[in-house]
Design a protein around this ligand. Structure first.
Ligand code: GDP
Length: 359
C-alpha cells in the first residue's frame, strides 16, 4: 500500500494556505492520465495546484458538463481551487471576425511567454451555443502558441445561453489561475451581449479595430467604445499604415468625448501589426501601465469586488430561473396558463402571478 506523504510544492506556500494532503505525485499523475479511471475531486485539485494540464483539462470538462453529478464534483474542485485563484491579470480582447484577434493573441501571447508569463486563452463565443462550433475550435488558429508549454488554449464552452457559457468561463478562469496561469486572455466576438459579458469578468478590455475608408466610427456600437480600456488598430502595415494613422486620430477624438472614467485612466488608441509583430510590445506596456495606475488608486481591487458582486447576483438569477422552469409542477401549469392566454381567459400578468405563487 502506498504510504501517504505530505506534498510540498511552491503553491503550498502561496497565500499561506496549505494544499490538500494527498499521496505522492507519481500516483496522482497516473490516476489523472489513466482516462478510464475517474480521478477524485481531491486528486484533481492536487493536480491543478501542481500545474498538471491533464488535471486542469479534466476539471474544466466537469465544469462544462451538464450532468448534475459532474457539476457537484466541479463545485468541490472550484471551492478547493478558489484560495489559489485571483493571482492573475485578466484581459478581454474583442473585435469583429477577421480583425485579427487570434493573430494578435498569438503575438502578444508569445511576447508574454518571453517575459516568463504563463498564459491561458479562453473564449466566450455566443455563436458556439447554436452551431456547437467555436472561435477557438479551429486548431490551425494560434498554431505557434499551442506548442508553448507555458500556454493553455481552451475553446469556448458550448451552452444553452450566454449566461451559462459565461458562468463556465468564469469558473474556468479560477481553475486556470489555481494552475499557475498568471495572464488570462478571453477572446470574444462582437455578437449580442458577449462583450458586456466579457467586460464584466476582466481587468482590462481591449477593442481591436481595422482602419476603414474614413468611416471608422460608423457601425460601431457606442457601448463597446465606452467599455474599452484601449483601442488598438490592427493591420497597420503595408499600404494600410496611412489609413491606420487617420483612424487612430479619429478614434482618439471620439474617445475624448466620453467623460473621464472612474479608474482615472484615459483609454489610449494605438496601432499594431499582429502579423508582423509590430506594436505588440507597446500594447503590453500600456496594459502594465494601466495595472500599475489602477492598483495604486485601488480601482483594480474595487472593480474585481464589483464584478464578484455582479456575478453573485447573476448566478442566483440563473439558478432561480433554471429551478423554476425545470420544476415539474411549473412545467405543467405553464402549459395550462399558456393555453388560457391563447383563449383570452387570462392575461400574461395574472398568469405569471399564478405561476410564481406555486413556488
Ligand atoms: P479573427 O477572426 O479576428 O481571429 O482574425 P484572424 O486572426 O483569424 O485574422 C484574419 C486574417 O487577417 C488572417 O488572414 C490574418 O493573417 C490576417 N491578419 C491578422 N493580423 C494581421 C495584420 O496585422 N496585418 C495583416 N496584413 N493581416 C493580418
Amino acid at each position: 500500500m502506498q504510504k501517504k506523504q505530505k506534498h510540498t510544492s511552491a503553491l503550498e506556500e502561496k497565500n499561506g494556505i496549505p494544499a490538500p494532503e494527498i499521496t505522492d505525485d507519481s500516483a496522482i499523475s497516473k490516476v489523472i492520465l489513466n482516462r478510464k479511471k475517474q480521478p477524485s475531486e481531491q486528486e484533481l485539485i492536487r493536480g491543478i495546484l501542481d500545474s498538471n494540464i491533464t488535471a486542469l483539462s479534466r476539471a474544466i470538462t466537469l465544469v462544462e458538463s451538464k450532468n448534475p453529478k459532474h457539476l457537484e464534483k466541479a463545485n468541490t474542485i472550484i471551492k478547493g481551487c478558489l484560495p489559489y485563484a485571483n493571482n492573475s491579470i485578466r484581459i478581454g480582447v474583442t473585435g469583429v471576425p477577421g480583425v485579427g484577434k487570434s493573430t494578435f493573441i498569438e503575438a502578444i501571447g508569445k511576447h508574454l511567454i518571453s517575459l516568463d508569463k504563463k498564459i491561458a486563452v479562453l473564449a466566450v463565443d455566443p455563436s458556439s451555443t447554436i452551431t456547437k462550433g467555436s472561435i477557438l475550435g479551429d486548431k490551425t488558429r494560434m498554431a505557434d502558441l499551442v506548442k508553448e508549454s507555458n500556454a493553455y488554449i481552451r475553446p469556448s464552452a458550448s451552452g444553452d445561453s450566454l449566461g451559462g457559457v459565461a458562468r463556465k468561463t468564469r469558473e474556468t478562469i479560477i481553475l486556470c489561475e489555481a494552475a499557475g496561469f498568471n495572464t488570462i486572455i478571453i477572446e470574444t466576438v462582437g455578437v449580442g451581449q458577449s462583450e458586456t459579458t466579457v467586460h464584466s469578468m476582466v481587468d482590462f478590455f481591449l477593442l481591436l479595430k481595422l482602419s476603414g475608408a474614413g468611416d471608422e466610427l460608423q457601425g460601431i456600437k457606442r457601448g463597446i467604445i465606452e467599455m474599452a480600456d484601449a483601442i488598438v488598430i490592427n493591420k497597420a502595415d503595408g499600404d494600410n499604415v496611412k489609413r491606420a494613422k487617420l483612424a487612430k486620430v479619429e478614434f482618439a477624438r471620439a474617445l475624448h468625448l466620453y467623460p473621464e472614467k472612474e479608474s482615472s485612466w484615459s483609454p489610449p488608441v494605438s496601432m499594431c501589426s499582429a502579423l508582423n509583430n509590430e506594436g505588440i510590445e507597446a500594447v503590453w506596456k500600456m496594459i502594465t501601465k494601466y495595472i500599475n495606475i489602477t492598483t495604486k488608486n485601488n480601482f483594480f481591487l474595487k472593480k474585481r469586488q464589483e464584478q464578484n458582486k455582479f456575478w453573485l447576483l447573476q448566478t442566483i438569477e440563473e439558478q432561480l430561473k433554471f429551478d423554476f422552469y425545470n420544476n415539474k409542477t411549473i412545467k405543467t401549469e405553464l402549459q395550462k396558463q399558456l393555453k388560457l392566454i391563447e383563449e383570452n381567459k387570462t392575461t400574461p400578468f395574472a398568469a405569471a402571478e399564478d405561476l410564481l405563487k406555486l413556488i
